[in-house]
Design a protein around this ligand. Structure first.
Ligand code: HEC
Length: 129
């Protein structure tokens, strides 16, 4: 894919001289531009910082759950801050409107929020795996 050589850089905004914002704007390009355009988001496109990379790939349910809850690995977020993050962060919400030809998250955001809050009020239990 096109991103194989783009790295997160120290703050997750891309290496010097090739920041994400070089190509990614503040909103998705219009549909008339067609497929394979760099999507955009109001808060600016970025990855988590290098010291907290938030890598989900390859994790089982339990490990993913534990990482998500751990402030040392989730961007210093309490459970309440996590709720706000998945409820309001523009980059999270982008997943539900990813722009031309990309598939959005497969369940509605409201449904996801209801399930997330149920999980948080139960104390954030993690599955056996
Ligand atoms: C040299 C230009 C360029 C830079 C720099 C760049 N991107 Fe992209 N990015 C693109 C293009 C073009 C697409 C659309 C690819 C497609 O739809 O096939 C894209 C798509 C994406 C997507 C959507 C996933 C996908 O496969 O469509 C994500 C996520 C993404 N970029 C993250 C980043 C992040 C994070 C950075 C900075 C660390 C970054 N990009 C830097 C050009 C760039």
């Amino acid at each position: 894919m096109h991103h194989q050589n783009i790295q997160r850089g120290p703050d997750g905004h891309g290496p010097k001289g090739l920041s994400c914002a070089t190509c990614h704007g503040r909103e998705n390009p219009p549909a008339s531009f067609g497929a394979h355009q760099p999507p955009g988001v109001s808060e600016g496109w970025h990855l988590p910082a290098a010291d907290m990379p938030l890598v989900f790939a390859g994790l089982g349910s339990r490990a993913l759950c534990e990482q998500l809850k751990d402030p040392k690995r989730n961007g210093n977020k309490s459970m309440q801050a996590l709720v706000e993050h998945v409820e309001k962060a523009p980059l999270v919400l982008w997943g539900w409107s990813p722009g031309y030809a990309r598939k959005p998250v497969s369940i509605p955001h409201a449904e996801f929020m209801a399930a997330f809050k149920t999980w948080v009020s139960a104390g954030g239990p993690c599955p056996a795996d």
